[in-house]
Ligand binder design. Structure first.
Ligand code: GTR
Length: 360
């Protein structure tokens, strides 16, 4: 049944090299991964510049050595992260919340919509009670969410056709947070996840796809140009998103407006770039704009990238997913939570359960 639904979407082949060779092994996947990175960079998100050689950190004097929160169970610090770019130094603020009783905590790098993250809907105390640290930053601290070339966008030369879009800049900043977390000693750097919601779910997915240091990528309600395949998608389309938010992408993405059927790529390829690490796609049952069915089918279509590593991708009954039944047994995890487009406590609880169970 699922196979028929997938066939109807007529997706471009994931496991075939440009030269026609089938991809069946981890080595083969490494080659294919390079092709896909190149394709998605050039045609959709833009090319990510080389990372800086180092990221430096200074505790914001406003937060002293850190404030005790959650009844002493956690410490909250504001940290100014800086790195060099071709246009000079760039600095942004990270809010880091670490659990007091865990000597080396697994962590979430979380992109937030609001200034002074984490915003009120992030269940901080529960994240702490599960033993995770939370490293949150505000995406508009990186660059504005509009056409202006400000913030990080002003500091790198940008090719009109293939230069990175703002989703890519958010993803890049999340990787710089991980650079820093790796230096701290109180974070388990082998267990750092990246996550965000909606446009920031797209950025989180692109981040996890590129940066193989993240053990877990969680794309919440990421929809169009996120986890949802574009072919046959309902709600938002490439045409709509690339018209409203051209600055999220590279210039070349415009060429695929109204032409998703002809594009040499689709979003299952972005999900697949997380292989063989864990990826978790979260949908909401009433989120028609994002289209839960296209997010789910994308997970199924990406799964052969895990199979090539001899690990199962999405483990699912041969049916569309039921609401509120998380599918987290395989390398590709999925749930459709009841409710509207939002990052709910339930989305956090289910992904934490998965991370704890599989120690990722
Ligand atoms: C919408 C956009 C979606 C999603 C959303 C959000 O306007 O169409 O793709 O990104 O914004 O980020 O809240």
């Amino acid at each position: 049944m699922l196979q028929e639904k997938l066939n109807a979407r007529r997706l471009p082949a994931l496991m075939t090299m440009h030269n026609g060779q089938p991809v069946q092994t981890p080595d083969g996947w490494r080659e294919r991964r390079r092709e896909l990175m190149d394709l998605l960079s050039r045609e959709e998100y833009g090319v990510t510049p080389a990372p800086p050689t180092a990221v430096s950190a200074a505790v914001d004097p406003a937060s002293g050595q850190g404030n005790s929160i959650c009844a002493g169970k956690a410490v909250r610090q504001l940290i100014r992260l800086s790195f060099d770019t071709p246009g000079g130094p760039f600095t942004f603020t990270l809010t880091l919340i670490t659990p007091t009783r865990v000597p080396r905590a697994p962590a979430f790098v979380y992109m937030d919509f609001q200034a002074n993250p984490p915003s009120a809907n992030v269940p901080v105390e529960e994240i702490i009670d599960h033993g995770f640290a939370l490293a949150a930053f505000s995406y508009q601290d990186i660059t504005s969410d509009g056409p202006a070339s400000d913030g990080l966008a002003a500091l790198y030369p940008r090719d009109e056709k293939t230069g990175w879009g703002k989703l890519g800049m958010g993803a890049f900043a999340a990787s710089r947070v991980l650079d820093y977390l790796e230096t701290r000693g109180d974070i388990d750097e082998a267990r750092v996840g990246v996550t965000g919601h909606s446009r920031l779910g797209k950025a989180a997915l692109w981040c996890g796809a590129q940066d193989e240091r993240f053990s877990m990528t969680v794309a919440n309600d990421s929809g169009c140009s996120g986890a949802a395949i574009s072919r046959g998608k309902t709600g938002e389309s490439i045409d709509i998103i690339a018209k409203r938010f051209p600055f999220w992408f590279c210039g070349n993405y415009q060429a695929w407006r109204g032409r998703e059927e002809e594009a040499p790529f689709d979003q299952h390829m972005v999900v697949a770039l997380c292989a063989p690490r864990r990826v978790y796609v979260c949908s909401a049952s009433m989120d028609d704009w994002a289209d839960p069915e296209s997010e789910f089918l994308s997970c199924a279509a990406a799964s052969p990238a895990w199979t090539a590593h001899r690990v199962p991708g999405l483990i699912t009954p041969d049916a569309l997913p039921e609401t509120d039944v998380p599918l987290t047994e395989g390398g590709v995890c999925y749930h459709k939570r009841w409710g509207t487009h939002d990052y709910s406590r339930t989305d956090w609880l289910w992904q934490m359960a998965c991370r704890e169970r599989f120690h990722v």
